[in-house]
Design a binder for this molecule. Structure first.
Ligand SMILES: Cc1ncc(COP(=O)(O)O)c(C=O)c1O
Length: 446
């Protein structure tokens, strides 16, 4: 299927972004020429997925679509139990309602914003045990998504076991730049967790891209096929949350995969409460069918190679122009190091957001801030948090744009880079929500 996209003038974009309060989430999609806001739910479904949509079973309970999805999840991930949810954060809501309570500590490699928010909403602490190499965007490290095992072990030793309900490994790690976790690291995290008797869950939105990087970069995996790598990855976990809108290439959907029946039974109560009966959980039968097929589409080597090469194609064009980007390139997006791109903007004026606004004005390209606005305020002190990395993410939808679009995006960002010394003022917040503020924040120019 083909969708038209619309060009606009700089004058129009000046007016639209002002009206949107300098928040790119507030733009209408027809005010955007190339939309890199997210790779979530924005991919194009395949012919097989569309044909599956036609034969969805919409029975309230026990539909054949549910069983088709259950079979696909078992086949791809190895998990015996699963609960459907309408998207990834809903899976987090159900799982954390089951496992996390006030005062708990949840360590991980680097929690995604909705994961962190769901933990902090329960007055628990989300603790990042990121490897130091991930903070240096120039450093060539094959697995910047890895957990620092020393940091993790310290958390496990310093706190009572009852306070750590789970460890979360995000594959690939969105917050540190779509960076993969190695199989070795997953194995070691599992061993450490077993030693301390703490369960491990994967935030699995981009598990297939992670498997691709293992195949390409990790010793001993080049001859193993993607589906076997995926199986081994999940063999080190007790369960998973999934936003199916990424690597399962559907427009909406999610699920929880579980190894243990007792957790499944407890989580089922919250699934019924928040999502729907356990055999549909917020999804229609046709959506479950498309998702079941998408799990197979998304774990094809040829598809993954084409996708990740396209992301790298954009990354290479930017890198060759001298633009500071997280390196090696991530799986789903190119992350521009905004602090190095715009050194004249103080951190209090939201550097990555300023860069995203400039890119939109330049070429109608919509990226997203992964920086201090997204980091929210510290729930205890109420002060702004300034993460080490202040990034603008250019997320590439799956099976949607061509490499000519990549060239246009690169040209637009290069134009901004050439006039970067003239960009000296950023933005200030005029209105914000207490949690996940980046979605609705209102800003003005300083
Ligand atoms: C790593 C990760 N976890 C969880 C989520 C939340 O998923 P959803 O947007 O489907 O609620 C996302 C979404 O971008 C994500 O990237």
């Amino acid at each position: 299927m083909v969708e038209p996209i619309r060009r606009s003038t700089r004058e129009e974009r000046e007016e639209w972004i002002k009206y949107a309060n300098y928040n790119l989430f507030n733009l209408h999609s027809n005010q955007v020429f190339i939309d890199l806001l997210t790779d979530s739910g924005t991919g194009a479904m395949s012919d097989k997925q569309w044909s599956e949509m036609m034969i969805g079973d919409e029975s309230y309970a026990g539909s054949s679509s549910y069983y088709k999805l259950k079979h696909a999840i078992k086949d791809i991930t190895g998990f015996d139990y699963f609960l459907p949810t309408h998207q990834g954060r809903a899976a987090e809501n159900v799982l954390f309602s089951t496992l996390v309570k006030e005062g708990d500590i949840v360590p991980g490699n680097s929690h995604f914003d909705t994961t962190k928010a769901h933990i902090e909403f329960r007055k628990a602490h989300a603790l990042d045990c990121t490897i130091d190499e991930a903070f240096d965007t120039t450093l060539d490290h094959p697995f910047k998504g890895n957990i620092n095992l020393d940091k993790l072990e310290k958390v496990l030793i310093d706190n009572p076991k009852e306070k750590i309900p789970l460890i979360i490994v995000t594959v690939t790690c969105n917050s540190s730049g779509g960076q993969p976790v190695s199989m070795k690291n997953m194995r070691e995290v599992s061993e450490l967790a077993k030693k301390h008797d703490i369960p491990v869950y994967y935030d699995s939105a981009r598990f297939a891209e992670n498997a691709y990087f293992i195949k390409i970069r990790e010793k001993g995996y080049s001859d193993i096929n993607i589906r076997d790598i995926v199986k081994e990855m999940f063999s080190y976990a007790d369960g998973m949350t999934m936003s199916s809108k990424k690597d399962a290439i559907v427009n909406m959907g999610g699920f929880i995969g579980l190894r243990h029946k007792d957790i499944f039974d407890r989580a089922s109560v919250y699934n019924i409460l928040f999502e729907g009966f356990i055999t549909y959980g917020g999804m229609s039968g046709r959506d479950m069918n498309a998702l079941a097929q998408g799990l197979y589409d998304g774990t094809e080597f040829d598809y993954l190679e084409t996708r990740i090469d396209q992301v790298a194609f954009l990354g290479q064009l930017l890198k060759e122009a001298g633009i500071p980007v997280q390196y090696p390139f991530g799986g789903h997006a190119i992350f521009v190091d905004a602090k190095r791109f715009l050194p004249n903007i103080p951190k209090e004026e939201y550097i990555a957001q300023t860069l995203a606004v400039e890119l939109y004005l330049e070429g109608g390209v919509r990226g997203v801030e992964i920086g201090s606005i997204m980091a929210d305020r510290d729930p205890e002190t109420g002060l702004n948090r300034y993460p080490d990395l202040e990034l603008m993410r250019l997320a590439i939808p799956r099976r949607t744009y061509t490499n000519d679009h990549m060239k246009y995006i690169a040209a637009s960002l290069i134009n901004v880079y050439e006039r970067r010394s003239k960009i000296t003022k950023g933005l200030r917040i005029v209105k914000e929500a207490p949690i996940l503020r980046h979605f609705t924040v209102e800003l003005e120019r300083v």
